[in-house]
Design a protein around this ligand. Structure first.
Ligand code: NAD
Ligand code: USQ
Length: 387
């Protein structure tokens, strides 16, 4: 398959590109390197020593014998170039990771809010519009988020995979329908993913664009079988208060000797997936595209759920680290239950990497090894949901 990976220099995109290339697909990465630039602005760096994209690609060619090509393009603003690229490369599939993905960054200030909406909504719409204009019938696999459902909306009922069956009483009797699960975003970033969903539904219905939307949980871990082959292929590891996600942050904090930063009571329950499973899920999604004219396929890309304070206790006990309960900078429910349906990926053969299996490796091989690269002043989350 010819696969275009939008956002292929990022945390999920880089290991996915390598995995698809290792599986024999022809991969082209498109990325405007904005994630690296935001690190420069925030004066922070990946805990792991990621190399420039040119070094990454040259190393992969040496290690695997496979070539991945690269084009530096802003998909939110270089529409004509995107149309040209689709016509030239003629992808069979497009994996769309190219969005601003941090909730705290998206709430930092008005500039960051507006950037996140402009970048994510324009980027997704440009892609859909460009597919129609170029007449390229590529399957789009988009990385969405569990956060589109929100937390606590349906109590203890399992969150379905995208669509909710509803019954409506009418004078003629009861109607049964299937609707997109109501959206309940918890940040400007999550809001852009709910807007993406509507654009996918429209373009699938109107133009027959084939879309799979992957509602992914919080990704943890760093390495995959491909990125581990040479240190110059290492994946990024964000630990700072804006981009670091909770489990990787706790692992880094434990290794560094910083108390584990639990927001509020830590009663928030969230869904998780290891990066090794992310890349497998994307391969499975590409192997099982919807047909033209079908509504977007939606998969919940998650393997486990945990309460934040339970994660802190687990890691704290393993590493003898203190746990610090802080005022929550976010506006979110203090406690929530979360039961998520994920039967589709399991039925396609996904064998999840569990927390118990991957945790020790992550602490020893990544967090401890690179802890001296961390900047202590960047650890506490400072972006607030309300001023
Ligand atoms: P990331 O920031 O590491 O990677 C995103 C990549 O896209 C970056 O390399 C960035 O430079 C690029 N990009 C952004 N805007 C672009 C544009 N306009 N044009 C071209 N390139 C652009 O993020 P990630 O963690 O790899 O996440 C990838 C996707 O997966 C995101 O859409 C995110 O919402 C989703 N996701 C991530 C997680 C997670 O825990 N990391 C969980 C669920 C969903
Ligand atoms: N949290 C802490 N302490 C920390 C950091 C976070 O208690 O030091 C808490 C947060 O308050 C929140 C939970 O942990 O309740 C998760 O926060 P997070 O930063 O790990 O995850 P989130 O902001 O939801 O975003 C991440 C990714 C995003 C993806 C999302 C998947 O950055 O791209 O879409 O996970 S999900 O959460 O399932 O929507």
């Amino acid at each position: 398959m010819k696969v275009l990976v939008l956002g292929g220099d990022g945390f999920c995109g880089w290991p996915t590109s390598l995995h698809l290339s290792a599986k024999g697909h022809e991969v082209k990465i498109v990325d405007n390197l904005s994630r690296r630039y935001i690190d420069t602005i925030l004066e922070v760096d990946s805990l792991t020593p990621i190399t420039p994209i040119g070094t990454r690609l040259a190393t992969w060619e040496t290690v695997s014998g496979n070539t991945i090509t690269f084009e530096n393009m802003d998909i939110a603003h270089e529409y004509d170039s995107l149309v040209r690229l689709l016509r030239e490369f003629k992808p069979d599939a497009i994996v769309h990771f190219a969005e601003q993905r941090a909730a705290p960054y998206s709430m930092k200030n008005p500039k960051a809010k507006r950037y996140t909406v402009d970048n994510n909504v324009n980027g997704t719409h440009n892609l859909l519009c460009a597919l129609v204009e170029s007449k390229v019938d590529a399957h789009v696999a988009h990385l969405g988020t569990m956060g589109v459902y929100g937390y606590g909306w349906s109590g203890s009922a399992p969150i379905p995979e995208g669509y909710l069956p509803v019954k409506v009483q009418t004078p003629e009797g009861e109607l049964t329908r299937e609707i997109l699960h109501p959206a309940n975003p918890g940040s400007v970033y999550h809001m852009t993913k709910t807007l993406d969903q509507l654009m996918f539904a429209f373009y699938a219905k109107n133009d027959g664009v084939r879309v799979t939307d992957l509602h992914q949980g919080i990704v943890w871990g760093t390495q995959t079988p491909e990125t581990i082959q040479d240190e110059r292929l290492i994946n990024r590891f964000d630990y700072d208060g804006d981009y670091g996600t909770v489990l990787n942050r706790f692992l880094m904090q434990a290794a560094y000797g910083h108390p584990l930063t639990v927001h509020g009571t830590g009663g928030q329950t969230r869904a998780f997936i290891h990066i090794r499973d992310t890349v497998k899920c994307i391969e499975l999604a590409l192997d099982n595209p919807p047909q033209n004219g079908e509504k977007p396929a939606i998969f919940n890309q998650v393997t486990e759920t945990f309460r934040v304070r339970d994660l802190a206790k687990l890691i704290g006990d393993m590493t003898h680290s203190e746990v610090m309960y802080m005022d929550n900078p976010r506006n979110e429910a203090e406690e929530n239950e979360l039961i998520v349906e994920n039967a589709q990926f399991l039925s396609l053969g996904l064998e999840p990497t569990t927390l118990s299996a991957g945790l020790l490796e992550e602490i020893q091989d990544i967090a401890s090894k690179y802890k001296l690269r961390a900047d202590r002043t960047k650890i506490i989350a400072t972006s607030k949901w309300r001023s």
